[in-house]
Design a protein. Sequence first.
Length: 334
Amino acid sequence: MKNLLVLICLVGLVSGCGGHSGILVKPVPLDQKLLESVVQADAGWFVGKIAIIDVSGLIVNERIGPMFGASENPVSMFAEKLDAAGRDKSVKAVVLRINSPGGTVQATETMHNRLKRFRKETSKPVIACITDVGASGGYYLACGSQRIICQPSTITGSIGVIIQTVNFTGTMKMLGIKADAITSGQLKAMGSPLKDMTEQERKIFQDMVNEFYEHFVEVVAEGRSGLDAEKVRKLADGRVFTGRQAVKIGLVDQLGGLQDAIAQAKKAAGIKKARVVMYHRPLGYRANVYSAAPAGTPAMQINLININVAELSMLRRPGFLYLWSTDVTGKNND
């Protein structure tokens, strides 16, 4: 009884702080399975659905999210949402909404392959809608859809690969610090930030980058009917394009927004009316079609310098990236 009185007092204090404040006590499922919310619906009676699946922030195969709070693995969440859309026979098509600068080569390839398998196994159309940014790995993933739509101000392209390394040897020398690794072979420590990179190591990394680059070119050529590998290579020097430029050179099919993508999804599915649905965890409220999960890890503002924790974590080890970022330096950045 005493604890109940304390709780009632706390509720009263909180609700008294403002006329529109309150505490909601609501039971939620403990299994955290995805729930479905209808965020838009045409008038009349019908059974068809269009599922919106978001890909936001960095594409990595690890949990990312706020420093203090829940986090999700983008690859796992993407597969989980595709599975939900695939199982539901009333879902006739998927709109893949992308707002991502890309991510790791492995995670991007995994999600792209999963998307291709979804299309093959379900025969359900997938329309990609790139919003703010769909560059590098974000564009790579969009090429797994049958049609790509973006806004005139969208930033896309950045077809290429980068492996970013750092070198702390100069700073260590100033501080009187010396690193000494015992390895089983001369190349075991290649890419270490604690030593200078040799020409042999640089060539090995460059050969791997070239291999991943060629695969990226193949993915774009396969996904874009009007572009062959040779034409893609002419565009694939790492540069980004606006939405208008991307349509003009054939990287994107048409200019438009989310509603245009939904309309194209209906057309591809052969339906005129549909409910538009989104998937989310319990308590993940969706008000309308523009509702989306937070885009990865938010940047921390420190003395006017934006520090993205998820991107900094990539510097723990060399990693091959399909990523557009102004935070990386060096030759052949993309």
